[in-house]
Design a protein around this ligand. Structure first.
Ligand code: KG4
Ligand code: ZN
Length: 396
């Protein structure tokens, strides 16, 4: 049985996230979202098929003040003079992300913290995505106990990682992508088909009309004995297929639907393949990876499956909004339950908008940091574009 823990004590925190192309400011009381404002830059970056860092920085600078004012109003903080008594801290994403974009949020957070004489809490964006299933609506207070250890999957445009949460703040990266992330792969395939940016949600819609089995595309990383992912091979194979279809003048609407369904299926198949490996691993601490042959024997009932230490599965990141991905993960968990009799529930952010980048998850993560006194030494607070989960934060 895992260790059960209640959520952090209730503090009121204002948080900022400017790690990529969304300017977001949120205010939380404990895990409850009082306000979450997001200014999207999709229109600006659409023409480039990806995020253009200098334009992102400029848009963050233009939006951050208005986002903060709106968040304060929505949270019911109308009197400027009382704000410093109503809030306990200001939190900000320090990494990973685009350096020029991160800088805007950090500088603004420093300014607010100074004005209001509040501590400032540096937050890792990946950790925040991993904890995002703990967010709660303003009106509901759910006293859910967390059952550690937990497997968190962060599947977004910038990251695709399996993280073992031994406790809040105690993490181990079990696997990660060695090249593109899942969302990046979907976005690049969408770009090849001129579908617009970000392509993930567009592909999801088109895939509904498509046949995912019309072509057979490669399932990568099945021969390596680790939990890592790789999506660049699928991207190249899809590129070749599109080139061929164009040459033969067969890239019609149905072919686009079928390509969307196939690409999506292959991305999710790989994620589920590695998830299953993690569940069937006999010892995660020693990183004992089950071999394909053993996995087959377990599935045929010839070998007893190991009972995983993992008690819950948390899913966050932009791609977690995808219904097919959610369904496929639930199916993998069901299959594991059939083999092992152990039930593992999937937990998601309570609303799809908290899968994508948002400052609510930053404020939530800050609740735990404040409990652990992980506030920043202000002059050391700086952007950390390549920050990994579980690594040392320079500022604290
Ligand atoms: O978490 P996020 O907003 O930003 C990062 O931290 O990367 O994730 C954005 C990614 C994009 O690649 C986008 O195409 C993908 O999430 N995405 C989706 C869906 N909604 C967003 N991918 C598949 N299906 C969706 N419904
Ligand atoms: Zn993100």
């Amino acid at each position: 049985m895992g260790k059960k823990q209640k959520l952090a004590t209730e503090k009121t925190i204002l948080a900022i996230d400017t790690s990529c192309d969304d300017t977001s400011v949120a205010i939380l009381a404990g895990a409850r979202v009082l306000a979450n404002v997001v200014a999207s830059q999709t229109n600006i970056h659409q023409q480039y098929g990806g995020v253009f860092p200098t334009l992102a920085k400029q848009a963050h600078q233009e939006n951050i003040e208005a986002c903060t004012q709106t968040a304060l109003k929505r949270a019911g903080f109308h009197d400027e003079n009382k704000i410093k008594d109503q809030l306990q801290a200001v939190a900000v994403t320090v990494g990973p992300g685009l350096a020029p974009a991160l800088e805007v949020g950090i500088n603004y957070a420093k300014k607010l913290a100074k004005n209001w004489q509040l501590p400032i809490i540096p937050i890792n964006h990946i950790e925040a995505h991993a904890l995002s299933p703990l967010l709660q609506p303003k009106t509901k207070k759910i006293n859910r106990k967390i059952n550690f250890p937990i497997l968190a999957m962060v599947i977004s445009g910038g990251h695709s990682e399996f993280i073992l949460i031994k406790n809040i703040g105690d993490y181990e990266r079990l696997g990660w992508t060695v090249d593109d992330s899942a969302g990046e792969c979907l976005d690049k395939i969408g770009r090849m088909l001129d579908l617009g940016y970000p392509a993930g949600p567009i592909l999801e819609k088109l895939a509904k009309k498509g046949n995912p089995n019309r072509w057979s595309l490669p399932l990568a990383m099945t021969s390596v004995e680790n939990f890592n992912l790789s999506f660049s091979g699928l991207k190249t194979a899809t590129h070749q297929l599109i080139k061929q279809l164009k040459k033969e003048e067969k890239l019609d609407a149905q072919a686009v639907y079928d390509l969307a369904a196939t690409a999506q299926q292959q991305v999710f198949a790989q994620i589920n393949y590695k998830l299953e490996k993690i569940l069937l691993s006999s010892d995660l601490n020693k990183k004992i990876y089950p071999k394909a042959q053993l996995t087959k024997k377990i599935k045929r009932g010839k070998v007893t499956p190991p009972i995983t230490a993992i008690n819950e599965l948390w899913l966050g990141g932009g791609v977690a909004a995808n219904i097919i991905l959610r369904t496929s993960i639930r199916q993998t968990l069901k299959n594991y339950q059939k083999l092992s009799a152990k039930k593992i529930n999937l937990y998601l952010p309570y609303h799809k908008k908290f899968c994508a980048d948002n400052a609510a998850m930053i404020a939530l993560t800050a609740q735990f940091k404040l409990d652990q006194n992980k506030t920043a030494v202000e002059d050391k607070l700086d952007r950390q574009p390549n920050l990994k989960i579980g690594t040392f934060c320079q500022a604290c």
